[in-house]
Ligand binder design. Structure first.
Ligand SMILES: Nc1ncnc2c1ncn2[C@@H]1O[C@H](COP(=O)(O)OP(=O)(O)OP(=O)(O)O)[C@@H](O)[C@H]1O
Length: 228
């Protein structure tokens, strides 16, 4: 990381297969930034996030994410980049056959945590942050959709990420629960300095939590958009 910079893209073209989705993208995200990402279906929001988390290769322009050079990112470094990023999707993607605790432990084992005490401590710590410490032993189907999304956020926080990338995190939630989830992400960015990018179609929630807006439109990423 250079100074406070967490994401820096310059002149990046984003491709899906051979199809150019976004061209000449410049994007800077600093520590603690809270950014809305909007744009019509198919405009390239998910593709932009995929460039950042190394799911799409950066083949033109330059880009850095959490200290990694995206243009020269060997396959073996992708898991290390992903540890510095918390990823939150619309469909909660919890393992349905395990408790909340086991879901979190699963990720910790996969990302190199070994010490049992530290694992238990960190599990409680992140559940505390999302207000779900008491749900440790519950199965995903025993908690609400909003609570499941909180667990996903807790899971994203396990490795103390520099940034959370959230792709339609409230897409399956009712308006009140959506507000709670965004409020939680906002608190995390303010209290912990974690940068947050949220892709959404929900203009109501953007108006409720006004912040910087970027937009994918006609193959470009526009900065400082106003939604009126
Ligand atoms: N795996 C893929 N292979 C080929 N083309 C793809 C793939 N994924 C997405 N695309 C295409 O890339 C373009 C951008 O898609 P992307 O998913 O980034 O849009 P989006 O803005 O996130 O849309 P949505 O709001 O529906 O999630 C679309 O034209 C889409 O059809």
């Amino acid at each position: 990381m250079i100074g406070n910079s967490i994401i820096k893209l310059n002149g990046v073209d984003v491709f899906q297969q051979k199809h150019l989705v976004l061209s000449n993208v410049d994007l800077h995200i600093d520590k603690g930034d809270f950014v809305w990402l909007i744009g019509q279906t198919g405009s390239g929001k998910s593709s932009l996030l995929k460039i950042i988390y190394g799911d799409l290769a950066l083949t033109s322009g330059s880009g850095h994410a959490c200290g990694y050079d995206l243009a020269k990112l060997p396959e073996r470094d992708i898991p290390f980049l992903r540890r510095k990023l918390g990823i939150v999707f619309q469909d909660f993607q919890l393992l349905t056959d395990r408790t909340i605790e086991q879901n979190l432990h699963f990720v910790m084992h996969a990302t190199g945590w070994k010490d049992k005490n530290l694992i238990n401590e960190r599990t409680l710590d992140v559940l505390e942050k999302v207000g779900l410490r008491s749900k440790l032993k519950k199965m995903p189907h025993e908690i609400s959709g909003g609570e499941q999304q909180r667990v996903v956020i807790a899971r994203a926080l396990l490795n103390d990420p520099e940034i959370i990338l959230a792709d339609e995190p409230t897409g399956n939630l009712d308006p009140d629960t959506s507000e709670e989830i965004v409020m939680l992400l906002k608190q995390i960015s303010q209290q912990m300095g974690t940068a947050v990018i949220i892709a959404t179609h929900d203009y109501h929630i953007i108006r409720t939590f006004p912040s910087r807006i970027i937009k994918c439109e006609n193959g470009r990423v526009l900065e400082d958009v106003e939604i009126g």
